[in-house]
Write a protein that binds this ligand. Structure first.
Ligand code: NAD
Length: 482
């Protein structure tokens, strides 16, 4: 096992500092072993971080740089991260439980955000508005100033990379709270900032408890914009706090996303998508394919093939799973695993059929069997609740209207998918699915370039893509009487 530092601090105003709250033991969910201690920030530490960000913003150091120079610094951070991918991926794998190859993908993708938004830094242009020859009128984009970013444990690197890089590209100073269960690998962002010489206070990275440091961030009167990814319950609290200060939020919340599988779908292709859609990161993905709504003519065959795939997955410690393939790591914690198992038990009593899986694995660590459920009641608990585990619910349909109705009948609307060889059918269905992203014939199609975010209770605002830049700026109109 690779050696990792025993004690990890917070990064405020370009200094590595302790936290006023407790020390947290970070554990490896694959075996329960202690990995390292994380210093936890309290409310005063949050106040220090916000004040460092405010001083940085008010000094004008970020806005004074030509955007291309700011962009270059951001890209250099990405390059520095790429040079440390193996180290970062090892730590992510150990603290979070995902297979090492998935952790490497995540570390590489997070560097890609720095490249993408570094390139975008110099592209935000205002417009000139005609008011007749006696006026010159134009708009400019200005940063909110201090961006607070609260991060979950499932993709701690990618989720923070996308908001840090877009936030700095638009000349905001950022205060970022890493998740309690997987805080260590994100500290490489602060190391990257240090390595490239970001001005003091531009990036402040702290770990702290949600109810303490997280709440202090979303309530702080000097924070001007909040980006949150996590659960619906926490999203509501954060939006309420931000509303007290009239501060905009971007909320990326949960999902119960459905793939509609038409009778003409390429089933080999669908099964490949299902493997990625529900078993990546042990299903702890907000945009997971958690429901498959399958045409009655092919339903039995698809369920059988999905079960064969689930049974073929080798489940065990992520650090031993170095190559892409039929494998899966641990869930983040025993509590998450137990929650997934209990939801499966109750689905069983509610009439669903557990085709395979449905239980924890009987060895040490937070492992859950890859699970295929059939005959799930779309309006019952399993049909409506985000499991956040390796559990997919199959539902049979007879006609397309019925399939779309079932797909849209949850409180969420993060993503959706349609598998068919018929382009008209794909387009008609894509328009009817109530979600922020629709995948046709490949789950997770898209990339850092494509806007991502929810309809309904999956949240509001968009991360990723050019569109996300506009979360971090406000428009100023300047009208000149000539
Ligand atoms: P969570 O809401 O418990 O925690 C997320 C973050 O919020 C953590 O950093 C936590 O410390 C912080 N937090 C907790 N309470 C807080 C409070 N009162 N004030 C401020 N911050 C607080 O969520 P989780 O358990 O870490 O993540 C799982 C959930 O997140 C799932 O429901 C999943 O769907 C959702 N999620 C959504 C996306 C997305 O992009 N839409 C991505 C990942 C996870």
């Amino acid at each position: 096992m690779p050696q990792i530092d025993e004690y990890w601090k917070n990064y405020i105003d370009n200094q590595w500092v302790d936290g006023g709250s407790d020390r947290l033991s970070v554990e490896n969910p694959a075996c329960g072993e202690h990995l390292a201690w994380q210093a936890m920030a309290d409310r005063q530490d949050v106040a220090k971080a916000v004040s460092a960000a405010k001083a940085c913003y008010e000094s004008g150091v970020l806005s004074a740089m030509r955007p291309v120079e700011r962009g270059r610094l951001i890209k250099q951070m990405g390059e520095w991260l790429l040079g440390h991918v193996d180290e970062i991926a090892n730590i992510l794998c150990l603290e979070q439980g995902k297979p090492l190859w998935e952790a490497k993908n995540e570390a590489t993708n997070c560097a890609r955000y720095y490249e993408y938004y570094g390139n975008q830094a110099e592209t935000l242009e205002g417009k000139s508005i005609p008011l007749g020859q006696n006026y010159l009128d134009f708009t400019i984009y200005e940063p909110y100033g201090i961006s607070a970013q609260i991060i979950p444990w499932n993709f701690p690197l990618e989720i923070s990379a996308r908001s840090i890089s877009a936030g700095i590209a638009t000349a905001n100073a950022c205060v970022v709270k890493t998740p309690e269960l997987a805080p260590l690998s994100s500290q490489y962002f602060a190391r990257a900032a240090e390595a490239v010489g970001l001005p003091a206070g531009t990036l402040n990275l702290i770990c702290g408890h949600g109810h303490e440091a997280g709440a202090a961030m979303s309530e702080h009167p000097d924070v001007r914009q909040v980006v949150f990814t996590g659960s619906l319950a926490t999203g509501i609290k954060i939006a309420q706090s931000a509303a007290q200060n009239i501060v905009p939020c971007v909320l990326e919340l949960g999902g119960k996303s459905a793939a509609i599988v038409s009778s003409d779908a390429d089933l080999d292709n669908f099964i490949k998508s299902l493997r990625a859609g529900i078993f990546t990161n042990s299903g702890q993905v907000c945009s997971a394919m958690s429901r498959a709504i399958v045409h009655e003519d092919i339903h039995d065959e698809v369920v059988e093939r999905a079960a064969a795939l689930a049974q073929a997955l080798s489940v065990g410690p992520g650090i031993e799973r170095t190559e892409p393939g039929l494998n899966m790591g641990a869930m983040i914690s025993e509590a998450q695993r137990d929650r997934a198992e209990n939801l499966c038990r109750r689905a069983d009593s509610d009439g669903a059929r557990i085709v395979t899986g449905g239980r924890r694995l009987n060895h040490q660590g937070s492992f859950m069997q890859p699970t295929i459920l059939d005959n799930v009641d779309p309006s019952g608990e399993m049909g409506q609740t985000e499991v956040f585990g390796p559990v997919i619910s199959f539902i049979k349909y007879q006609n397309e209207d019925q399939a779309v109705k079932i797909a849209n009948a949850t409180q969420y609307g993060l993503v959706g998918g349609i598998f068919t060889r018929d382009l008209d059918r794909a387009m008609n269905t894509a328009r009817k699915i109530r979600a922020g992203q629709v995948f046709v014939n490949e789950w997770f199609a898209g990339g850092v370039e494509t806007p991502f975010g929810g309809y309904g209770k999956s949240g509001y605002g968009r991360e990723k893509g050019r569109e996300a830049l506009f979360n971090y700026v406000q428009t100023k109109n300047i009208a000149i009487r000539l």
